[in-house]
Design a protein around this ligand. Structure first.
Ligand SMILES: *[C@@H]1O[C@H](CO)[C@@H](O)[C@H](O)[C@H]1NC(C)=O
Ligand SMILES: *[C@@H]1O[C@H](CO)[C@@H](O)[C@H](O)[C@H]1NC(C)=O
Ligand SMILES: *[C@@H]1O[C@H](CO)[C@@H](O)[C@H](O)[C@H]1NC(C)=O
Length: 348
């Protein structure tokens, strides 16, 4: 009799306890973010309107104030932060003080790559130097480092010149160099004691509006997509599959299911849903009049030199926000596809 009464109570407590442990570890993580605009939440200081500072000007930020993100809302690092129970990614390196926030720091700079790129911003290796100094100075304590997840978001700035490369051998060599650098920096983070590292693979570069504009957004550029595939194969080989503390995030598949679904997608209900999510898969919400211009551009009379579709009215109107970046809703549907995978990796 007694046992019958106690048993449900014990079971209830076990369930309660399990739930408690789970939510606790989720909030315990700090994030260290590296890479480019897919992860940057405002490391480039605001300056006069230019392609390099457009993230601080309307229409960036959508209906809210521009926040230094190249999106109408949030970016990838914010969506990972939300899995960790936060409302947005950790504070930027630019705004650092003597103390590193308990939730970590964002070292990603829009326009960055693994090599020096036209925009003079810290490369991936320099970003890792910054965190190395903070760790060695003790601004990031060992006990805090124990519960750290890093994101490495390298999204193709090293490949802006591929269209001009004279031979495919040259492209192959560049891909080899870029992936070697990424793998090297991931190894450095491991050696510094970062226990969990998420590494983006390359999204289908050729589907970005920058590459699909010549076909009036009808087609992805196969050549650029091939470079992305080559990069991804190389990167997966160099990172190896035997690291339990490194996980590749397959952005390529997640983006493709939304913007370039395979003809077979209709056979699988979940793929079919993803394929039907966005009305305009390749056309951006914000489009500069001049193909060489940029979203946010104004003429000398402050007149916008871009067209803008109303995403507040129809969040599913466009997957892409500008010529290279997804919309807030675009990112939501990309990250939703890997959410369970990330939670498993982080044991949350
Ligand atoms: C490609 O080459 C052309 C002509 O050689 C040059 O005008 C253009 O700026 C180059 N583009 C890139 C992305 O390097
Ligand atoms: C490219 O590489 C292959 C094999 O390494 C070589 O046979 C070929 O001559 C190279 N082509 C060019 C244009 O360099
Ligand atoms: C790749 O790296 C090697 C060795 O540093 C260098 O000689 C070569 O020019 C690089 N190639 C490209 C295309 O970046």
């Amino acid at each position: 009799m007694k046992l019958l009464v106690i048993l449900p109570v014990v079971c209830f407590l076990i369930v309660l306890n399990a739930a408690h442990v789970e939510s606790k570890s989720r909030f315990m993580y700090q994030m260290l973010v590296f890479g480019d605009s897919y992860a940057d939440t405002g490391n480039i200081p605001k300056s006069d309107l230019s392609p390099e500072s457009r993230q601080w000007y309307s229409p960036y930020g959508g209906r809210r104030h521009p926040s230094g993100r190249l999106s109408n809302g949030k970016v990838q690092s914010d969506f990972i932060a939300m899995l960790l129970g936060r409302s947005e990614g950790p504070p930027t390196y630019r705004l650092r003080s003597r103390y590193v926030d308990m939730f970590g720091m964002n070292f990603a700079f829009s326009g960055s790559g693994v090599f020096e790129v036209p925009q003079k911003v810290p490369t991936l290796s320099e970003q890792v130097d910054y965190v190395e100094i903070l760790i060695k100075e003790g601004a990031i304590k060992d006990w805090r480092l124990k519960d750290t997840v890093a994101l490495v978001a390298i999204s193709g700035n090293d490949y802006v010149h591929i269209a001009n490369m004279s031979s495919s051998n040259e492209t192959i060599a560049l891909v080899g160099n870029v992936t070697t650098e990424i793998a090297k920096e991931v190894k450095r983070l491991q050696d510094l004691g970062v226990p969990k590292i998420l590494v983006n693979n390359l999204h289908p570069l050729g589907c970005t509006p920058r590459h699909s504009r010549p076909s009036n957004y009808a087609r992805c550029d196969d050549r650029a997509n091939m470079v992305a595939s080559m990069h991804n194969k190389n990167l997966a080989e160099k990172l190896g599959s035997d690291h339990e503390n490194v996980m590749l995030l397959d952005l390529n598949t997640a983006f493709s299911k939304l913007v370039q679904p395979s003809p077979d997608a209709a056979k699988n209900p979940s793929d079919d849903n993803l394929a039907k999510t966005f009305t305009n898969k390749l056309r951006p919400s914000c489009e500069s009049y001049d193909p060489k211009g940029y979203c946010g551009q104004e003429d000398e009379n402050d007149h916008p030199q871009y067209s803008l579709s109303d995403l507040d009215d129809d969040p599913f109107g466009n997957f892409y926000w500008d010529d290279v970046h997804p919309t807030h809703t675009g990112w939501y549907f990309v990250m939703m596809q890997m959410q369970e995978y990330i939670k498993d990796f982080l044991d949350i």
